[in-house]
Every structure is written in structure tokens, then in C-alpha cells.
Design a protein. Structure first.
Ligand code: 4AD
Ligand code: MG
Length: 481
């Protein structure tokens, strides 16, 4: 098994033979010595390779940024400042060349846009190495959190015949020929001839199937890819993103809010405790990016400070109705600074959410009890409300710089109310017979939520664009790599 650069850097067992393999970040020469920085992705830190005159000139010529090396030599305490140990090379084997004329990632600052176009190589940069190591750690922390709490990892299907959110923005899955598909008598595509014998799509959410799991296993969670064909070209939307959807039997809305807050704090704290080096790099990067902005647009806290703050302070909880009051009384509304109008019943826009979080409360917010008309059919309806002012037990978690990071609710467990709502929003109940069955046989109060994984990674890394926190982003007109 190989020794990683991370392991070697941690070793103070000097003056012994050691090896390192990795990609060249940089090479500089002074007099008869060449200093090479090598990285293998195991850590953000590079190892310093010292190449003296014993290394053949033809080999040295190939040691350019991006080349892959196998170095054998002596691990020793470093002569220079900047690193504790260094590897003095006896032999350098070039595993893979990278020509300086063509290799895109040169040792200088590249823009995120440029690196996105070179996403196949960007994991070799300091910033993206840090982002993707943190992404891994967050995923691990999520599984750890739920496992410790006795939740079961439940795999909802990716191909589905139902449209969970009722949003209708789905990618179709079909093996029928594009040209001349089989048609029914009334000239519609005949999906009974298709692979699954029905019309199918990529799932927008694993929730409905997670509910089925919770009604037998008690507490479950999904963690898988979800797909939305919405044409939103924003820094917060992807067409393919990963979602974590816990679903809990016998949880009311308040339990759901307690769980989501505890969960988010746990995973953020996990990153603070386990990704120190990478977070420091991103904290510095965050500062540099903020300095490019106008003073009034800059974040009030640095990255690390912001993460500490979220972990250490209670989230603000308030109803949608209270939030609308605050917005209507805000200077931003009075001075007509909002692009979209606010009134009771409208779906809040990201500018409104961010006003509440960043300007008014200055901390994460859990907005709850939204108007029924702007939320999905499955949410539990509140009772005894004025006609036209009906609300459902929904909750959205809003984060600074992100806006909505989580959406969830208590679910409607009453068969008649659920069926009526399904019909009201125009969904064919026959397509949801299996979902309705859970309300027919041993129905139970239950709740759940969905965390957009990339929005969490965006928040924790302080990156500005969701395309930069997933290895290969899928967005409108872009599915390269
Ligand atoms: O609010 P949403 O649409 O809720 C659901 O899908 C529910 N079924 C969740 C549940 O109750 N089990 O999506 C949940 C979260 C959002 O809060 C957001 O963080 C993220 O998923 N999200 C997206 N992330 C990236 N790109 C997109 N296009 C996203 N759409 C939603
Ligand atoms: Mg939502």
C-alpha cells in the first residue's frame, strides 16, 4: 500500500528512506538545487522535494506543473522555513508528463470560471482540493449523525413514475425511439410500449418513498441524487443535486424543527473539528473574494467566524405570517428596495429570505406554517383558520448567503384530507395509490425534511457558486465531463 503525503508530513522519524507520489504544483530552482512542491490530494499541504545535482537534467526538464512523479529519497528535517520535513530525492521517476505549453493549470491564480471549464483538472488545485475534501467529510458526518440516532439509510428509487413535488419539471426516462415513437389511437406517445410500461422520469425527491419506509422502520433517511429540469441559471441551482431526506414517524412539526437544527449544527461542527486546514485555506480565499466586493455587500463575518456562530447560537423560529409583517415594516420594503412585492400569500423570494436572515435576525431562521396554496400537497393542514388564510405545517430553514437550505414539513396523515388536496391540485390519485395506502392502513403522524447537500457544502466552504462545490455540475446547456 502507498504512503500518502499526509502520512509522510506527519512523520518526524527523520533520516530514513521514504517515497512520495503525486502531481507537481510548482518547481523553482536556486543555484544547483531544485525545490519541487508535490501534492497527492491526501492533504492541502504540499511536500517539498529537494532535487540536487544527482538528478539528471533530462528528468528535471520534465518536472513541470501537472506532471506526475514518483520520488524516492531520504526524509529529513527541513533546512528551510515553511515545512518541518522534506524529501531529498535519490531518484525521480516521471510517471506522467505535462507540457507547460498545454497544461491549463499553471502555478498562478485562475478564475473560478476558467477552472469550471477545466473541471476535469480542477481537483488538483488548492481551493478545489479543500472543497472536495470538505464535501466528503460532510457526507460522512451526515451518515454518522443519522446512524448514531438510530435512523436507517433508505434508498429511494432514482427512476420514478411519480412527481413528488408536483412541480412537473422532470427529466424523462425512456427507451422509445426519439423519431417515430409508438403512438396511441389519440396520437399520444404510447408509454405502455416503453421499458417500464409507463411514463417515467428521474426523481425530484425521494420523500414519498421515504415516507413509506418511515411507516415501517420508524426513522429513515435518504441521501441520493435528485434531478430538476428547471431553467434556473442561478448560483444556487443545479439540475442534478444531492439531497438528504430524513422521515420520522411520530414527529410533529416542532420535533422536525428540533431535529433539523441539531443536525445542521452537528455536521457543521464536524467540519470545524475535522477540516481545520482546508477551512483555513477557504477562510483566506473567502476574505480575498469579499475584498473584491463593494463595502456594503461584504459579509459581516469571516468564514470560520460564521460557522462558529451558527453552531453556537439558537436559530430564530417564526411563522410565515410574522415574517411577512417584518418584511412589510422593513426599511427595504418602504424604500422599494425589493425587486418582488411582498404580501401575505406570496412565495418569498430569495431577496426576502436573505433580508430576514442577514439584515433582520442576523442568524439562521426556521420559517414555519406557510400558506397552503404555495406549498406541496402532502403538507399537514392546520385547522380552524379563516377561509383564504389557510396554512400548512411547513418549515424552511434559511441561512445567510444561501437563503433556503432546507425545506420540510409535518405530513398530512388524514386520508380524506390528503385525497381532497391531491384532487384539488390536479394530481391523478390513481398514480399515488401506494402513497394513499399508508394513510389507509395504520396511518401515523410523521414529519421530514430535505437538505440540499450542495447548498450545505456551499455554506460551509464559503464558495460563491454552487457549480464549484460538486465535481461535475449539471446546469442548463451544460453536461460536459
Ligand atoms: O424544498 P424542496 O423542493 O423540498 C423537497 O424536495 C421535499 N421533498 C423535501 C422533504 O420534505 N423531504 O427541496 C429541498 C432542498 C431545498 O431546500 C434546497 O436546499 C435543495 O433541496 N434544492 C436544490 N439544490 C440545488 N439545486 C436545486 N435546483 C435545488 N432545488 C432544491
Ligand atoms: Mg423548498
Amino acid at each position: 500500500m502507498k504512503t500518502t503525503i499526509k502520512q509522510l508530513l506527519q512523520s518526524t522519524d527523520y533520516n530514513r528512506q521514504a517515497e512520495a507520489k503525486g502531481w507537481v504544483r510548482n518547481r523553482r530552482s536556486s543555484k544547483n538545487v531544485n525545490f519541487i512542491t508535490l501534492n497527492d490530494g491526501s492533504t492541502s499541504l504540499n511536500i517539498q522535494i529537494v532535487a540536487n545535482e544527482n538528478i539528471n537534467e533530462n528528468i528535471l526538464k520534465e518536472i513541470n506543473a501537472g506532471a506526475c512523479l514518483h520520488v524516492k529519497g531520504t526524509w529529513q528535517a527541513s533546512q528551510g522555513a515553511g515545512q518541518a520535513g522534506e524529501l531529498v530525492a535519490d531518484e525521480i521517476i516521471i510517471l506522467g508528463k505535462a507540457s507547460p505549453e498545454n497544461y491549463p493549470i499553471q502555478p498562478k491564480a485562475h478564475s473560478f470560471e476558467f477552472l469550471r471549464e477545466n473541471a476535469h483538472l480542477r481537483s488538483r488545485t488548492t481551493t478545489f482540493g479543500a472543497v472536495f475534501r470538505i464535501r466528503h467529510n460532510l457526507a460522512f458526518a451526515i451518515h454518522q449523525y443519522f446512524h448514531q440516532k438510530g435512523f436507517y439509510y433508505w434508498h429511494s428509487p432514482i427512476i420514478t413514475g411519480s412527481d413528488a413535488e408536483g412541480a412537473g419539471q422532470m427529466f424523462h426516462v425512456s427507451t422509445l425511439p426519439h423519431l417515430n415513437p409508438p403512438l396511441t389511437e389519440d396520437k399520444k406517445v404510447d408509454f405502455s410500449e416503453d421499458f417500464f410500461g409507463m411514463e417515467t422520469s428521474l426523481t425530484v425527491s425521494g420523500q414519498l418513498e421515504a415516507e413509506l419506509g418511515a411507516m415501517g422502520l420508524g426513522n429513515v433517511y435518504t441521501f441520493g441524487p435528485t434531478f430538476r429540469a428547471e431553467n434556473s441559471n442561478t448560483s444556487r441551482h443545479l439540475a442534478e443535486f444531492w439531497m438528504i431526506e430524513p422521515e420520522m414517524a411520530f414527529y410533529e412539526l416542532v420535533d422536525n424543527m428540533d431535529l433539523v437544527e441539531d443536525f445542521l449544527k452537528y455536521v457543521i461542527k464536524y467540519a470545524l473539528d475535522n477540516c481545520v486546514e482546508d477551512l483555513k485555506i477557504l477562510d483566506q480565499k473567502f476574505k480575498e473574494e469579499e475584498e473584491k466586493k463593494k463595502k456594503e455587500e461584504r459579509a459581516e463575518m469571516g468564514l470560520l467566524e460564521k460557522l462558529q456562530f451558527v453552531v453556537n447560537n439558537p436559530f430564530e423560529r417564526l411563522t410565515y405570517t410574522e415574517a411577512v409583517e417584518i418584511l412589510l415594516n422593513s426599511p427595504a420594503h418602504k424604500k422599494k428596495k425589493f425587486q418582488y412585492p411582498v404580501s401575505w400569500g406570496v412565495d418569498l423570494q430569495s431577496e426576502h429570505e436573505r433580508y430576514l436572515v442577514e439584515k433582520h435576525f442576523k442568524k439562521p431562521v426556521i420559517l414555519n406554517n406557510y400558506p397552503k396554496t404555495i406549498k406541496a400537497f402532502y403538507m399537514k393542514q392546520n385547522e380552524g383558520e379563516e377561509v383564504g388564510k389557510e396554512t400548512v405545517r411547513a418549515m424552511d430553514v434559511l441561512f445567510p448567503q444561501i437563503g433556503e437550505i432546507v425545506g420540510g414539513s409535518q405530513r398530512e396523515e388524514d386520508y380524506d384530507k390528503l385525497l381532497a388536496r391531491i384532487k384539488e391540485v390536479g394530481i391523478d390519485p390513481n398514480n399515488l395509490w401506494w402513497y394513499l395506502d399508508t394513510r389507509k392502513f395504520g396511518t401515523a403522524p410523521h414529519s421530514g425534511f430535505g437538505l440540499g447537500f450542495e447548498r450545505l457544502v456551499l455554506f460551509v466552504t464559503g464558495m460563491g457558486n454552487i457549480r464549484d462545490v460538486i465535481p461535475f455540475p449539471r446546469t442548463p446547456k451544460n453536461a460536459s465531463f
